[in-house]
Design a protein around this ligand. Structure first.
Ligand code: HMG
Ligand code: MG
Length: 302
């Protein structure tokens, strides 16, 4: 066991979470969520995506949201850019980091970004080059790193292949994503091991959806390997529009509660984080999808 002493969480709720809401969420509410997350101590927030508004209308207000954020020093604001068109649109909004998103599954790549894995790498290459030339950090996401809604189980060799291709085109950081939350600890460790063939431990992260309730276990299994960066979602918001039935990312609140209990520093104020999750949940007229948030909110009432 080589548990890290500190962990960095990237809250992807404003993007991965809110991209999945059926009813529109106004830009002001998204901005309000980002402000609350940064006040709670999050140092990286995945704000929005520059994708086709026909495919994902929920993110069509990307410019407005980016322009409305009062940036806090030391916080990194990231956005998804699947191609040059997305990158060119994003650049004016001054993201600190862009995310190119590929997949370890051919079928998912087709459904999600309308091209094969090989074509996606060709599309990403100029995006990565343009971003790095401007000093913008580049993260790559590998969706379906353990399982795919169309192809079923995905072997670690596929993750290894995509990691190699991402490395070759200059992607600086690799996120290993269990898009549909089917992974279990040993499978996730194998996917991480595959990514580690091409990326250093400091340059990989875990992105676990919690569909089958395995995300905290998968986080712990990755922590035991020394992985210290994770994408999580405030109030457990979200899912993926191209992975039907998949639920949100593991709730940031649950991961922070676990890490605090383990004595691992996140720099996040759990009470303020609960307030951020409550703010967006109140807007969506539902309870936060987080056990820790539910427990703490119940306690506050008594
Ligand atoms: P395409 O149709 O193959 O693109 O879409 P195209 O280049 O052929 O262009 C077709 C039309 O789209 C044109 O418009 C383009 O201008 C426009 P038209 O002439 O017909 O009016 N277009 C764009 N518009 C705005 N922004 C752009 C853009 N690119 C083209 N960037 C594309 C390819 C990738 C754009 C499309 O498939 C798409 O938008 N897909 C949505 C992908 C998405 O957002 N998925 C959800 C996020 S990924 C995720 O959640 C997984 C993750 O969390 C990790 C995990 O959990 O696994 C990251
Ligand atoms: Mg996701």
């Amino acid at each position: 066991m080589k548990l890290p002493g500190k962990v960095k969480l990237v809250d992807v709720g404003p993007r991965d979470g809110l991209q999945n809401e059926k009813d529109p969420v106004p830009a002001e509410v998204k901005i309000g969520l980002v402000h609350r997350l940064q006040d709670a101590g999050l140092t990286e927030i995945e704000v929005t995506s520059f994708v086709s508004p026909k495919w994902v209308p929920q993110m069509a207000d990307n410019m407005q949201v980016m322009a409305g954020i009062q940036r806090k020093p030391g916080v990194r604001y990231s956005v998804l850019t699947p191609n040059m068109k997305g990158f060119e649109a994003a650049v004016d909004s001054r993201p600190d980091e862009i995310v190119v998103f590929g997949a370890a599954s051919e079928a998912f790549s087709q459904r999600n970004i309308n091209c094969s894995i090989a074509e996606s790498i060709e599309r990403f290459a100029p995006v990565v080059e343009a971003a790095r030339a401007r000093g913008i950090h580049v993260r790559g996401a590998v969706s379906c790193a353990v399982g795919c809604p169309y192809e079923g189980e995905i072997p670690p060799e596929r993750v290894e292949m995509v990691a190699r291709l991402m490395k070759q085109i200059g992607v600086q950081h690799l996120g290993v994503a269990d898009t549909i939350g089917v992974g279990t600890p040993v499978k996730v460790q194998r996917a991480m091991d595959a990514a580690l063939k091409h990326y250093a431990i400091d340059d990989i992260s875990g992105h676990f959806h919690d569909t089958y309730g395995q995300a905290l276990g998968n986080t712990l299994a990755s922590l035991e390997m020394g992985v210290w960066q994770y994408d999580t979602s405030s109030a457990g918001l979200g899912g993926c529009p191209y992975a039907k039935g998949a639920t949100g990312n593991v709730a940031t609140e649950d991961v922070v509660y676990m890490l605090q209990g383990m004595g691992i520093d996140t720099g996040i104020d759990l009470d303020k984080l609960i307030d951020a999750g409550k703010y967006i949940s109140d807007f969506l007229q539902r309870q936060p999808n987080s056990r820790a948030a539910t427990a703490i909110l119940n306690k506050r009432m008594h």
